[in-house]
Design a protein around this ligand. Structure first.
Ligand SMILES: *Cc1c(COP(=O)(O)O)cnc(C)c1O
Length: 463
């Protein structure tokens, strides 16, 4: 059954965890181990039930039933152990079931699970706000509001910018991804799968060209001039409430804008009374080798949205910004039943402690060096790897047809399929679906990381 995809490293298949060994965290054997084909029988059973019970629109990229995860591995119900190169989607950066997060959550869940912060307050919410005000770029006076998802944070950032400026237009970029709610669908660029048939979309959203060096060949200042000219001519600075941008695009394909693009946009917004919102939902919390990706170009956004990596896997998001902007929303204007849930806040405080004190920013840089080196070496012998880019533990390769330069989403799909069939979770991205992206947990060790990359690149070589 295990066949050619079977692989054992330093451990026999009989030692595969059973359900009783389902505890996650770094104590899980840090190894790639296949004891069945993928998906195995237990995973297939779950997917049969899923098809009958879960709405078809909720897709699953990797067909496995997870029972435990930790460090750099995810273990399925069949006893297979996968190298995790996705961290969910950049969420379990501190490591899945991180011991500090587990302890903080356990303590909080036993004390109280909910009050609704807008009914009765608690320490954890305020402590997370204080931490974000301290850690996000800039030493100006800041305020924070907490929510549940990245999309909800982005929606609230736009609400606040509109209230503050008295203007309505929101400028977003080609290839942008900001979520799946009605407003954030409008802010998101890509039709399939995010928007198709789900309109009408929210008005007063204007899309301008992104800086995408591999495709446009423009310098940062040139690309900024093109975008700003379009805003001025087609929207009007005086109508523009906010410019909203991911400092490195996530779902759009890990597009790193050319140097100078973000600073030029930031200067233009300041000069025109426009709120500059950095959507750091995917890039935040050490992921890119800085606490926030805005730091790489020294920009200080007026408002920052965060979520994914913040709370070690629990749902929590935030909007952090200049006090005078944030406080322009009236009392009662911001909130929600679950926003800043005490259990999620406890998890965030533990995770933020790990980001700050366990050297995870440096670790993200080291991971980036390993991944970039592996991909660049592969690129030198394979013209299908059109581009290798990224920062820290947020790195991608863009796959093209060498003859035409056209995107090759088919090849990309075969590569990630080969990866999971051989015990490695890797994700795709990109407007054209032709990007393989790497978002390993920062808790992964170098041997496992290299092994995971080897499997992905072997998939490319044989695809
Ligand atoms: C994932 C993501 C979102 C949406 O977050 P959800 O928690 O899925 O709503 C928004 N912006 C960016 C940059 C993201 O990567």
């Amino acid at each position: 059954m295990a066949g050619s995809s079977s692989y054992h490293r330093g451990m026999s298949s009989t030692a595969a965890p059973t359900t009783s060994a389902a505890a996650g965290g770094p104590s899980l054997p840090q190894e790639r181990r296949l004891v069945t084909e993928v998906p195995g029988p237990r995973s297939r059973e779950l997917f049969a039930r899923k098809s009958a019970a879960v709405a078809a629109g909720v897709g699953v990229a990797v067909p496995i039933a997870v029972v435990a995860a930790g460090g750099g591995v995810v273990v399925d119900a069949d006893g297979n152990s996968f190298v995790d190169l996705g961290s969910g989607i950049a969420v379990t950066s501190v490591g899945n079931a991180h011991p500090g997060v587990v302890a903080a959550v356990t303590e909080q869940v036993a004390a109280f699970t909910h009050t609704c912060f807008t009914i009765a307050a608690y320490d954890g919410y305020v402590a997370v706000a204080e931490a974000l005000n301290r850690l996000t770029p800039g030493d100006h006076e800041k305020r924070t509001a907490l929510f549940n998802s990245g999309a909800e944070a982005v929606e609230n950032a736009v609400k606040i910018a509109r209230k503050h400026t008295g203007r309505q237009a929101v400028v977003v970029f080609d290839h942008a991804y900001h979520g799946r709610t009605n407003l954030t669908m409008a802010l998101t660029a890509k039709n399939q799968p995010y928007k198709d048939g789900f309109g009408p979309f929210a008005p007063e959203v204007y899309r301008v060209p992104m800086s995408y060096p591999f495709h446009d060949g423009l310098s940062g200042p040139e690309a900024a001039k093109r975008a700003i000219s379009q805003i001025e001519k087609q929207v009007g600075a005086a109508n523009t409430a906010a410019v909203l941008i991911e400092p490195i695009q996530g779902e759009g394909g890990f597009v790193v804008p050319a140097p100078g693009f973000l600073p030029a946009l930031s200067e233009w917004t300041t000069a025109n009374g426009v709120v500059f919102i950095a959507d750091e939902v995917q890039t935040g919390f050490a992921r890119t080798g800085a606490m926030f990706a805005s730091e790489h170009e020294g920009i200080v956004p007026d408002v920052v949205t965060t979520a994914k990596g913040m709370a070690g896997g629990l749902p929590l998001s935030a909007v952090t910004g200049r006090a005078e902007i944030m406080d322009s929303a009236h009392v009662g204007g911001l909130g929600g039943t679950y926003g800043g849930n005490p259990v999620a806040c406890a998890a965030a405080l533990a995770a933020i402690g790990a980001f700050e004190h366990d050297g995870l920013v440096e670790r993200a840089r080291e991971i980036g060096d390993v991944v970039l080196q592996a991909l660049r070496t592969a690129q030198s012998g394979d013209p299908r790897i059109g581009d290798v880019r990224g920062r820290g533990a947020m790195v991608a390769m863009e796959l093209v047809d060498p003859a035409t330069g056209d995107p090759d989403p088919g090849l990309t799909g075969r590569v990630v399929r080969h990866a999971y069939e051989h015990g490695v979770i890797a994700l795709t991205a990109g407007t054209y679906g032709n990007v393989v992206r790497f978002l390993p947990p920062l808790a992964i060790d170098d041997d496992l990381l290299r092994e995971g990359l080897d499997v992905v690149l072997e998939g490319l070589a044989t695809a």
